[in-house]
Each structure stands twice: as C-alpha cells, then as structure tokens.
Design a protein around this ligand. Structure first.
Ligand code: XIL
Length: 482
C-alpha cells in the first residue's frame, strides 16, 4: 500500500482503541495515521479523525504554553497545531534580515514533543506585515517578500506539514484584493509559491482564505480559477485552506461539500484551517465535518482555538469546549461525524478487498491498454491491477462513488486505467484523483499525475460525482497498466 510519509517522521498505527508508537526518529515531526474505517470509533477528536487518515488540529498562541487547562485538552484531543500569530511575517522578521523564531519555535517544540504535526501560518499576507514592508513598494517589496519566504522556510525546512504560503489575497467580488503585495504585480502569488517550493521541496504549499466555502460565491470562484490556472501551468500549489469561519455573520452553506470536491478535483488537498461557528451550532459543526469526511482529499480540520476563552471571536462562543474546558454538544457532533467518515485520505488506507458495499474486483486485462499519463515504461504487466467500486454517498438524483485501484502483483506498476460501465441514466459530473474520458456508458479513468505509481500490493483510489440513481452500481470492467 502507499503511505504518505516524509523522511524522519514517526508513524502511528492504530490498533484497537489505543495508538501504538512504533518508531520515533530524532526529527520531532509527528504522526501519520494509517486509516482503518473498520476499527473501533475514536473517543477523542484526533483518534476519530485518524480512523480515516485525517487529522484534527487547533490553533494556539504562545501565551497558552503556560495554560495547563489548554495544554491538557490540546494533548488529549489534537494531532495538528497552528500558531495563531507567532509564525506571521511581523513576528518572524521584525526588522529586515533579522529573523526571530523564538515564539514560533516554542509552539513548534511543544506540539511536536506531544506527537503533533504543525501547519505553518503564514508567509505572505496583506496584514500583520513587518513594519519595514510598509516603506517598500514595487520590486523592493517583491524582493523583501522573497527574502522573507526564503529566510523563514530555511529555518523550518523539512519540519512542517504544510505552509500557508499566501493568505487572504482575494476580495469579496472575486478579484484580487488590493494590497501593497498586489501592487508589486499580479504574479506575486505564483512567485511566492515558486520561491516556497525551491526553499522546501517537501512541505505542502497551501493557499488559504476565508469566505470561499460557498461554491456559488464570487470569491470562491476567483480562488478556484487561480488554482485551476496554477495547476494547468505547473505553478507549485498542493493545497487550499478554507478558513471556515462561520462566525461574524457567516454560516455553513449547503454546497460546502461541492466546494471541497471541486477544489480537490483540481488535484490539490483541501483542509478546513480555522473553523469556528457562532454559538458552536452542533448542526453546522456536524455539517462541516461531514462535508470534509465525504471528500477523500479533505485531509483535516483545524479549529481556531480550543475553548471559547481562546477564540478571537470569544463573544460568539464559537469553539468546541466551553470556558471551563467542558466539551459542548458540538464536540459530540464533530466526534460522531468523524467516526462516520466514509472516505479515507488517498494513500492512508489499508486495502480492504471485502469492504462493505464493494463489488468483486474485475477480470483483468480486457481493455485496450492506453494511458496517456504514463510515459515511462511500466514494470507491471498489463492487467496487473484490480478495481473495486463502492458507493460513498447518495441523494435523490445523484451519488458519489469511489474506486479503489490495487496493484496485487509483486512488481510496481506505473500508470493505470480503469474502465467503468455506468447504468442507464447515470452520468459522471466530476472526477478527482483521476482523469476521465467519457461521462456515460463505459467510461475510462486513468491515473492523475500524482497517483499513477503503485508499489507491490499498494492501492490508491479515485472518486466521482454522478447524476442519476445509485441503485444500480457502476461496474468496473477492467483495470489495466499502463
Ligand atoms: C487572527 C488572530 O487570531 C488574532 O489574534 C490576531 O489579532 C489577528 O489574526 N484569518 C487568519 C488568521 O488567517 O491569521 C487570523 O488570526 C484570523 C483570520
């Protein structure tokens, strides 16, 4: 099986209700869960999230490092941490070329010493800038931004799970937000991402923003179009962070899952990076968690604080724990939704040939082998893979399916193509983690750029949204490689 892993990272296997740490290296980057939807329900947020290969994170300020109440819950419930302010540009480079990582490192060290991974937040933003940026413009400011990214990323190179490379660069009407960075030229965002990739080739590079949860909202479309453009031109972007502030007048839109699916279909991970909900509505918290759990590439959820007393919008009491550290009703709704996840994050799951609702793997080798995505010669033989379909969600007039592609051979294979026959009336609307040809009848789906290589006994999956009734399952008729 495939497993997302970066060098020197400890690995957590979930066995029964307790997690067993089997290897810890000197680099204190924490855990990668191996998904197991058949395991017992998790009794903490992180255990419930890890069942499906996801994480559950929180944000903390440096002042919380001496707050035992906060630390106790953080340690028990969370496996990802974000610094509220301590890794922002004004904190890390107060004066030109003088970097200060003390506050960021204190959070990083505590989190990783307690088995958590860390999201870096953030490198380029219109707010919380170093004061000296205020007297710069044009190419001088552009150079300062590049130098800042290089300086901060060099310090954290190889240590973080992800960086929010650029934060909040869009206006509500879907165009670019006006800012001093935007005034350096429209290409400032892609320059930031290219700089970031060169500075740390392994960390995930995210674009992060708020009010991009509603699929039909202009700002969502603006960001979507930028990410689509970046992916088409090879600008290195790995993930989109949706802040998910359902506070300050915002609330959960009914189409949130469509938004997550649509971004994911561009070939990026998606994450809910700063979630909070006015009065901690249990319904909205359940809904946002379900939306993430239904989208394979939704990798995790972070709440912006832990207790209401930690919140930047504390007067809305928007978090999962009250001021006395007691879990609220919303906590239970999130826990239940995590435990009910139907999809696993690609690359984290144990292949399960007898997964509930699956049909038998198809007979191999009956389709013409053609996979435009696999230019390199295959070391597997044609027909070496199998495809297994299962239904992950359905509603009146539509459904969501997932196909697990497994290499059952002992040799690695490079590139795969699955042919799938849809029943009458079924049409595919959207495919992620794969590239489709055709939308009805017999459809072929080949690997995406990033999931074509399958080691011996490894598996991956692609997902799709379809119109029509789910009552007749689409039938995988073949899986071939290349
Ligand atoms: C907020 C912090 O919580 C506050 O302490 C600070 O005064 C302002 O920034 N979007 C973001 C976060 O990306 O960095 C913001 O954090 C909240 C909105």
């Amino acid at each position: 099986m495939t497993e997302r892993r970066t060098g020197g990272r400890a690995r957590l296997l979930l066995g029964g209700a307790c997690a067993v740490l089997i290897a810890v290296s000197s680099v204190a980057v924490a855990t990668v869960a191996r998904a197991d939807l058949t395991g017992p329900p998790g009794t903490t947020l992180k255990a419930a999230a890890e069942r499906s290969g996801r994480y559950f994170g929180a944000a903390m300020g440096g002042d919380r490092l001496s707050d035992q109440g906060f630390l106790t819950i953080a340690n028990r419930e969370f496996d990802m941490m974000t610094a509220v302010n301590e890794m922002k540009p004004d904190a890390t480079e107060p004066n030109r070329g003088q970097f200060d990582f003390r506050a960021g490192d204190a959070i990083y060290n505590w989190a990783t010493q307690h088995g958590m991974r860390v999201r870096g937040h953030t490198l380029a933003w219109h707010a919380q800038q170093p004061r000296f940026w205020g007297s710069l413009s044009g190419s001088a400011l552009r150079t300062a931004m590049i130098d800042h990214i290089n300086g901060v990323m060099a310090h954290y190179r190889g240590k973080l799970y992800a960086w929010d490379v650029v934060n909040e660069a869009f206006a509500e009407n879907g165009s670019r937000r006006s800012s001093n960075l935007q005034s350096t030229g429209n290409d400032w965002i892609e320059v930031a991402f290219r700089t970031a990739r060169a500075a740390d080739p392994t960390v995930k590079l995210c674009y992060n923003d708020y009010n991009i949860e509603n699929w039909t909202y202009a700002k969502t479309q603006g960001v979507y179009n930028m990410i689509r453009d970046f992916k088409s031109r090879g600008v290195p972007v790995d993930c989109v962070g949706l802040q998910t502030h359902f506070t300050g007048g915002s609330s959960l839109p009914g189409n949130f899952q469509t938004t997550l699916q649509s971004f994911a279909a561009l070939g990026v991970d998606v994450a809910l990076t700063e979630a909070d909900v006015t009065n901690a509505s249990a319904t909205q918290y359940a809904g946002l968690t379900q939306a993430c759990s239904n989208v394979p590439r939704c990798v995790g959820i972070t709440t912006w604080g832990i207790r209401d007393s930690d919140s930047w919008r504390g007067n809305e009491n928007p978090l999962l724990f009250d001021r006395n550290s007691n879990p609220k009703a919303a906590y239970t709704s999130v826990l239940n939704a995590l435990n009910a996840a139907s999809t696993t994050v690609p690359g984290t799951s144990i292949p399960s040939p007898s997964a509930p609702g699956s049909v038998s793997p198809s007979a191999p080798g009956s389709a013409s082998p053609s996979s435009p995505g696999s230019a390199s010669p295959s070391t597997g033989s044609p027909g070496a893979c199998t495809a297994t379909y299962h239904l992950t969600n359905s509603w009146n007039g539509g459904f969501q399916g997932e196909v697990t592609v497994a290499n059952n051979g002992s040799a690695p294979l490079s590139g795969w193509t699955v042919r799938l026959t849809l029943a009458g009336g079924q049409t595919i609307a959207n495919v992620w983690n794969g590239v489709n040809t055709g939308t009805s009848g017999t459809v072929s789906v080949r690997n995406a750029d990033y999931n074509g290589t399958l080691g011996a006994n490894a598996s991956t999956s692609f997902g799709f949204l379809a119109n029509g009734s789910s009552s007749t399952a689409p039938v995988p008729v073949s899986c071939t490689s290349p």
